[in-house]
Design a protein around this ligand. Structure first.
Ligand SMILES: Cc1cc2nc3c(=O)[nH]c(=O)nc-3n(C[C@H](O)[C@H](O)[C@H](O)COP(=O)(O)OP(=O)(O)OC[C@H]3O[C@@H](n4cnc5c(N)ncnc54)[C@H](O)[C@@H]3O)c2cc1C
Length: 479
């Protein structure tokens, strides 16, 4: 049996593709409609228009990835995604006919369904999986059983030990919920990363956490104002009426996310407030119905929506090759839990759904033969986890916002490392233990990388360093 853990777009697309190619699959998931996939607003990047090409898509991805993308993976994903879109459409899903423009893209290439692409696509895939008879069970993975670096089984909260496991596919999403301000749902605390790390898998690029520049909150309701709005004319203004984005980057509102998130953060540090002005976005009600409904629900003005940056996407994760294979035999990772090398030091908008779909839909091509991932392009640190204390999720989210946030420094990172070292990161099935382990790995990697690149910005090492070009930080459990 192939077990897939997680029912986001990565898990569901892999399950359907494997099932359709004759494999027996079961999905186990913490929450059937949990995960970031249901929240995704913008869409899926794919070079499908006549004035576009996979090469241009790859070029844009490499530019935003800031010298750390794995070029082979970039070429693989950008050339495969148009074919994978055809497959999804053959399964019956329909994207809207127009393509949208988002920051960092040199062409209109974002496929979408209104402004609820993630919800629409996830619901479609879920209904199809149910129709095809794929078992989907609500339960929680807590550990992987490994012998001689090979998966023997796994343990869940409700079922206990499961041993009829031919392959185990992690599709548990990222860990961006672990910051106090976050666009992610609470399912996304990095369980898969923590569990795979304890099982001996390499994790990498943990220091690269993308902050979305324009998240808003009203009456406790957190809402992401999609990047596409800025592509369609929305402007960032501060309380002094200045369109300040151009002071930080010549591309203004269309600059990549890390630059805009930092720009907004800096405005707040100066004591200013920041707003998104949607006056120039045409046909807001019909083209961005979820935005229009959020504004009217909370009585917000269209020309003055308060925005702040929030943790949004985690580049790092379980390191895999282009086949989705980790370094532990028969353990796969796909979607945001994985680090494929596609995003480098920063993610180009709408590339994560593209990555989740390519690795999910293409999995049957690789599943019958094992190659396995071996690190070759960076430094490897063996990490010990010996603490015995506890920290609450609230405390962890606060530490991460203050120490591992948009602007970092060596002293703050060392302080976070020290705090997490004291926590019991072996406690299985405890959210706080997984969360502390993932945060610890993030702090370790961020401390090791003394430079600023992509989404990782350190005031004490404010420039890119040649020593770090093309080098990633791999972390593995000390034996
Ligand atoms: C507000 C928002 C907007 C976004 N917009 C876009 C966009 O427009 N375009 C784009 O490309 N990307 C976007 N992203 C990012 C994108 O949504 C995610 O990267 C992508 O959906 C990840 O899919 P996934 O299947 O890997 O994980 P998820 O969709 O996060 O699913 C994870 C699954 O794992 C399950 N799970 C977690 N832990 C366990 C456990 N221990 N045991 C069992 N199950 C577990 C969860 O229940 C869930 O089903 C957005 C993200 C957010 C938060």
């Amino acid at each position: 049996m192939i077990y897939i853990i997680g029912s986001g777009i990565a898990g569901l697309s892999a399950a359907l593709s494997l099932h359709k190619s004759g494999h027996r699959v079961t999905i186990i998931t913490k929450k059937i409609k949990g995960g970031s996939s249901y929240e995704a607003k913008g869409g899926v990047a794919a070079a499908i228009s006549p004035d576009d090409s996979p090469e241009l898509h790859a070029e844009d991805t490499l530019k935003v990835g800031d010298g750390l993308c794995d070029t082979a993976v970039v070429n693989y994903v950008t050339s495969e995604i148009p074919k994978v879109i055809n497959t999804i459409e053959d399964w019956g899903f329909k994207f809207d006919p127009d393509l949208r423009l988002e920051g960092g893209h040199s062409r209109r290439r974002v496929l979408h369904r209104l402004d609820e692409t993630g919800r629409e696509l996830s619901t479609f895939l879920l209904n199809l999986a149910i129709k095809e008879g794929i078992p989907i069970v609500e339960d929680e993975l807590i550990a992987i059983k490994v012998r001689d670096n090979e998966v023997m089984g796994f343990v869940t909260k409700a079922r206990g030990e499961v041993s009829d496991v031919d392959k185990l596919v992690l599709a548990t999403g990222g860990y961006a919920y672990l910051w106090e301000y976050s666009s992610n749902p609470p399912t996304n605390m990095g369980d898969g990363v923590a569990i795979a790390f304890r099982a001996g898998a390499y994790v990498s690029d943990m220091e690269f956490v993308q902050f979305h520049p324009t998240v808003t909150i009203a009456d406790g309701d957190v809402f992401l104002l999609t990047e596409t709005l800025r592509g369609e004319g929305a402007r960032l203004v501060n309380n002094l009426g200045e369109r300040f984005a151009f002071k930080y980057d010549e591309r203004g509102e269309l600059a990549p996310r890390d630059i805009l998130a930092r720009a907004i953060y800096m405005e707040y540090l100066k004591g200013n407030s920041v707003f998104l002005d949607l006056t120039n976005v045409k046909d807001l009600e019909s083209r961005f119905p979820s935005v229009a409904s959020f504004l009217s629900r909370h009585g917000l003005r269209r020309d003055k929506v308060p925005v702040f940056p929030a943790a949004h996407f985690t580049v790092g994760g379980v390191r895999v090759n282009t086949r989705g294979e980790s370094s532990v035999r028969n353990l796969y990772a796909i979607g945001e839990v994985a680090d494929t090398g596609l995003h480098g030091a920063n993610r180009l908008a709408s590339n994560s759904l593209a990555e989740a779909l390519v690795f999910g839909v293409n999995l049957p091509q690789y599943i019958d033969e094992w190659v396995g991932f071996v690190p070759s392009d960076g430094i490897v640190e063996a990490v010990k986890i010996n603490g015995n204390g506890e920290l609450s999720i609230g405390e962890i989210r606060r530490i991460n916002w203050l120490r591992l946030g948009i602007v970092r420094d060596g002293e703050g990172l060392a302080d976070a490392v020290k705090k997490y070292e004291k926590v019991n990161m072996h406690a299985l099935g405890e959210d706080w233990s997984n969360a502390a382990l993932v945060s610890y790995l993030t702090a370790k990697a961020a401390l090791t990388r003394c430079e600023s690149r992509g989404s990782h910005y350190r005031v004490d090492c404010p420039f890119k360093s040649n020593n770090w070009a093309g080098r990633r930080v791999y972390l593995v459990m000390a034996r």
